[in-house]
Design a protein around this ligand. Structure first.
Ligand code: CU
Length: 517
């Protein structure tokens, strides 16, 4: 058999190189980010003023659903798996991921899963219209005829995540270079190790939920149908047992990214490394026992409501420990504000705002008012967009010179930061007011008194959307014609902080199989 890299499309189809697969994940995720963003633009254009103008309410429901599904499962999760592929082997001194062929498979089933999902938009019956949480009976008894495509798509996406997680755990636990003990691992590796365990624990629960849907719809069972002895509330319990940890699956690797960027640009080591590790682990544990804070209105016993309320509030403790550690890292540091640092600081600020509104939503008595309002939409976009998109953007600016050997345009990066920071806040801050004033989420139209803030929110969304075009332009320009950089002096003063172990394999070669220890 001939050795050496395959050429053309074959290189990407058959690659087992963690860097190639990381690149595939990142581009796929960015494509999904633009697709999900396009859906968001459609939503905000329709909500620009009261009354129906651009689309039909039925299509609006499909847009909100697909926006959520594509962003969560298509854009955010693959982005961090892509970062994991690129960074974890290099950070722990491994030649590649532990299971390179499975790595290839876990990426390449993703485009098929999303093609299944997106193709329903063009089918008779239309795409999923039941919200990204797909509550029964909307997603079972009243589902569009294409719902089986959705179920199959979710299964594929879940299988991909589980395989990716197995790979990360196997790599981190078995392939660290000599001397790289667990408590010396870079924070990004730690956060991903813990995230991978979360994924393996909850993705099968999601698979169970969609399988029960499949049975109810096609095989006459009634898990979620009261007429047959089932209960729709069961769906919510199963879904949120997956759904709440999912939030931390998204945000823990982001914590890892921020824990690299802030020390570098503060020119100080990370403050409280071991407390960061323990805080990450306790957030992960707590994320399993708070799920019903999404369900305060289903009629739980008061004891249950109180338990879920206090348990949820407990998560603020380790999260605050992290925020204090980042601030302590910056304290008396020699800070400079390059693009990755700007995005990282914005992450800390915006995520903290989202955390505080999360505490408000955790109050069971108050949730009666907040529930299913735009306050919730504002809250989780502060957590998710700051948590995932700002940190993901920071990560790309921070590591892009490492990946392609070329420097991005700093001025353009800073301009993009300020446009997106301002655009983001104009979009989502007014949604707090809309929610408190009583505007419900997931409706294609609204009462006249909500007009002003909706128009402002839409204008912000268009600004935020446009800033992403600047991002993609800067990235492509860097890869094609950026100024070559010579590592490790990517940033003055950053030596020794950025990479604990750096033995990268040459980019275009297949890595040698790992030795069995
Ligand atoms: Cu939750």
């Amino acid at each position: 058999m001939a050795h050496g890299p395959a050429k053309g499309i074959g290189r990407w189809l058959f690659t087992t190189n963690h860097k190639d697969i990381g690149t595939l994940y990142l581009w796929f995720s960015f494509a999904m980010f633009l697709l999900g963003g396009t859906f968001a633009m459609v939503i905000r254009a329709e909500l620009f003023q009261p009354g129906m103008q651009l689309i039909k309410p039925e299509f609006f429901n499909q847009m909100t659903t697909m926006h959520g599904l594509v962003m969560v499962f298509g854009a955010i999760m693959p982005a961090f798996v892509g970062l994991a592929n690129w960074l974890i082997p290099m950070m722990i001194g491994a030649p590649d991921m532990a299971l390179p062929r499975m790595n290839n498979l876990s990426f390449w089933i993703l485009p098929f899963g999303f093609s299944l999902l997106a193709s329903t938009l063009f089918m008779e019956g239309g795409g999923p219209n039941f919200g990204w949480t797909f509550y029964a009976p909307l997603s079972t008894t009243y589902a569009p005829s294409t719902v089986n495509y959705f179920i199959f798509g979710m299964h594929i996406i879940g299988a991909s995540s589980i395989m990716g997680s197995i790979n990360i755990i196997a790599t981190v636990l078995n392939m660290r270079a000599p001397g790289m003990t667990l408590m010396k691992m870079p924070m990004f590796v730690w956060t991903w190790l813990i995230t991978a365990f979360l994924l393996i624990a909850v993705m099968p629960v999601l698979a169970g939920a969609v399988t029960m849907m499949l049975m109810d719809i096609n095989f006459g069972t009634s898990f979620f149908d009261a007429a047959g002895g089932g209960d729709p509330v069961l769906f919510q319990h199963v879904f949120w047992f997956f759904g709440h940890p999912e939030v931390y699956i998204i945000v823990l690797p982001a914590f890892g990214v921020i824990s690299h960027i802030i020390p570098t640009f503060s020119r100080k080591p990370l403050f409280g490394y071991s407390s960061m590790v323990y805080a990450t682990a306790s957030i992960a544990f707590l994320s399993f026992i708070v799920w019903a804070h999404h369900m305060f209105l289903v009629g739980m016993p008061i004891g249950g409501e109180l338990y879920f309320m206090y348990a949820t509030m407990l998560i603020a403790v380790p999260t605050a420990a992290k925020v204090f550690n980042w601030i302590s890292t910056m304290f008396r540091g020699s800070i400079s504000y390059e693009t990755p640092m700007l995005f990282a600081i914005a992450f800390v600020v915006l995520f903290t705002i989202g955390g505080f509104t999360g505490l408000m939503l955790a109050i069971a008595a108050a949730d009666v008012q907040y529930h299913d309002s735009y306050f919730v939409v504002a809250h989780f976009h502060y957590v998710m967009v700051a948590g995932a998109v700002f940190s993901g953007t920071a990560a790309v600016y921070y590591w892009l010179p490492k990946w392609c050997g070329r420097m991005y345009n700093e001025t353009m990066g800073k301009v993009q930061f300020w446009i997106s920071f301002i655009g983001f806040n104009i979009t989502f801050f007014p949604q707090h007011f809309l929610g408190l004033a009583g505007m419900p989420r997931r409706y294609a139209d609204y009462a006249l008194q909500f007009s002003d803030w909706n128009m402002i929110s839409s204008i912000g969304a268009f600004i935020y959307g446009a800033s992403q075009l600047l991002f993609i332009f800067n990235v492509i320009r860097t890869i094609r014609s950026g100024t070559p950089v010579s590592e490790p002096k990517t940033w003055e003063g950053a030596e020794g902080l950025e990479w604990t172990v750096a033995t990268p394999a040459p980019y275009h070669t297949f890595a040698t199989p790992p030795e069995v220890k």
